[in-house]
Design a protein around this ligand. Structure first.
Ligand SMILES: [Zn+2]
Length: 242
């Protein structure tokens, strides 16, 4: 874990307009709920510096890769935060997925991607593929949270986002609360490649919010491997349950 993050990268002088905006429309920390100072973005300084960040050396196999490297096309995987049901930091994911604050996903993705970029994590990657939602779920939520994470990664890497190459074709029953085997069974046949030609010969970066058992990601990787035999896959997520 890396808690030694330079605050300068997170905290800049906000400028007079932002200070006035914050006065009229205050923002709150997405972890502890305290009111943010105009110079703070998404998290207060205390929560920001205490984030349970995952720090990869890029030499040994990390826990995210251990879950996914059974797939022949997998190259590398990384997550930004360690996820725990007992930790208040899971509020970040709740804000992103359920409480209509998708910008927090972009923000955290930018922070994680900046560190990984410096380590060469994105080397050789051609494009970003956010994990799709079913059309019905996306309409209900109003957005796909993985698209917002993808935008954060794009901001750092400049990689293009391919959002229509893979689609989610069925409504699965909820994964939360299920055991590993049941999650794996539920995740089978969830995806379909809509445009194999655009993925041909590519190294894609699949984006998801959290890796729990890896069942959903494995299902998507199986699908793209079957449709595009020469594909390479890397994975970036905001959180990893351990
Ligand atoms: Zn806080």
């Amino acid at each position: 874990m890396n808690n030694h993050v330079c605050p300068d990268r997170h905290y800049r002088h906000p400028g007079i307009l932002k200070m006035m905006f914050e006065f009229l429309f205050p923002h709150y920390c997405k972890v502890c709920g305290c009111r943010l100072d105009p110079s703070e973005e998404e998290l207060c300084i205390t929560c920001f510096l205490g984030m349970p960040r995952l720090d990869y050396d890029m030499k040994s196999i990390n826990p995210a890769e251990r879950m996914l490297l059974t797939e022949r096309s997998m190259v590398r995987a990384a997550s930004v935060l360690q996820y725990s049901k007992e930790s208040d930091y899971r509020n970040i994911l709740f804000h992103l997925k359920y409480w209509h604050h998708p910008k927090v996903g972009q923000w955290l993705a930018r922070i994680g991607a900046t560190d990984l970029y410096e380590k060469g994590f994105f080397k050789g990657v051609d494009c970003i593929v956010p994990l799709p939602l079913t059309r019905r779920k996306e309409i209900k939520r109003g957005y796909n949270q993985c698209m917002h994470i993808a935008k954060g990664v794009r901001k750092v890497t400049g990689l293009p986002i391919l959002s229509d190459a893979v689609i989610r074709k069925v409504n699965s029953s909820k994964q939360a609360g299920l055991g590993k085997y049941q999650r794996w069974r539920n995740a089978q046949g969830l995806f379909e490649v809509a445009d194999a030609a655009v993925l041909q010969g590519k190294h894609i970066l699949i984006i998801d919010d959290v890796i729990t058992t890896g069942a959903t990601l494995l299902s998507m990787i199986d699908t793209v491997e079957a449709a595009v035999p020469d594909i390479k896959v890397s994975v970036f997520t905001l959180a990893l349950a351990q």
